[in-house]
Design a protein around this ligand. Structure first.
Ligand SMILES: C[S@@+](CC[C@H](N)C(=O)[O-])C[C@H]1O[C@@H](n2cnc3c(N)ncnc32)[C@H](O)[C@@H]1O
Length: 173
């Protein structure tokens, strides 16, 4: 596993985008965005991000076509892992040590459609108690990203981190 990479299809909520920018900078993660997503540079998002003391640009790559980007990433040897509250496979059953994953998230309203799911290597669910039908992006993306980060600490990925008693340093930690 080399780096944390997250793909969002047609992400529309400014709050979710601001939170994903914060997460991506915390983990040195790459964000891919496809389709009709909101431009992260609009004042509503950048003002929020700026109020958190963030001045650095996140690594965001946009491709209008979900299909093109998925194919490009597959050609680079990456494993595309879709996420859905209705998937059968549990996220915790993934073997993250031996793949170069890109986690793929659907829209806030309809998630990833069946045609898009078919293009991906597999689909996983982050387990929830039965009383919950789904989680919002701001809730379900961080635990997935941080579990990847935990694995990367063991396998020598490239995310840097800052702990209370350390300055910024490169993995492995
Ligand atoms: C608000 S949810 C979309 C809900 C939509 N009704 C559906 O069934 O997918 C937005 C995205 O968050 C992710 N998501 C939400 N809950 C999840 C869970 N328990 N496990 C994995 N991914 C989840 C998925 O990527 C989903 O497309």
């Amino acid at each position: 596993m080399k780096n944390i990479e997250l793909l969002f299809d047609a992400i529309r909520s400014p709050t979710d985008i601001a939170n994903m920018i914060q997460l991506s900078l915390a983990l040195d993660a790459t964000l891919y965005m496809t389709g009709n997503c909101v431009n992260y540079k609009i004042p509503k998002i950048w003002g929020k991000v700026g109020s958190w003391g963030i001045t650095e640009e996140p690594k965001i790559i946009h491709d209008q076509s979900f299909e093109n980007l998925v194919n490009k990433l597959k050609q680079q040897g990456k494993t595309l892992i879709g996420t859905s509250p209705n998937a059968k496979k549990n996220f915790y059953d993934l073997d993250l040590q031996n793949i170069d994953p890109v986690f793929v998230f659907g829209t806030e309203t309809s998630g990833l459609c069946a045609a898009k799911q078919k293009l991906l290597d597999e689909m996983v669910v982050l387990p929830m108690a039965p009383k919950m039908n789904f989680m919002t992006l701001s809730v379900c993306v961080p635990p997935i990203a941080y579990e990847c980060h935990r694995i990367m600490r063991k396998t020598g990925g490239s995310a840097g981190t800052r702990t209370p008693d350390q300055s910024v340093m490169s993995a492995p930690l």
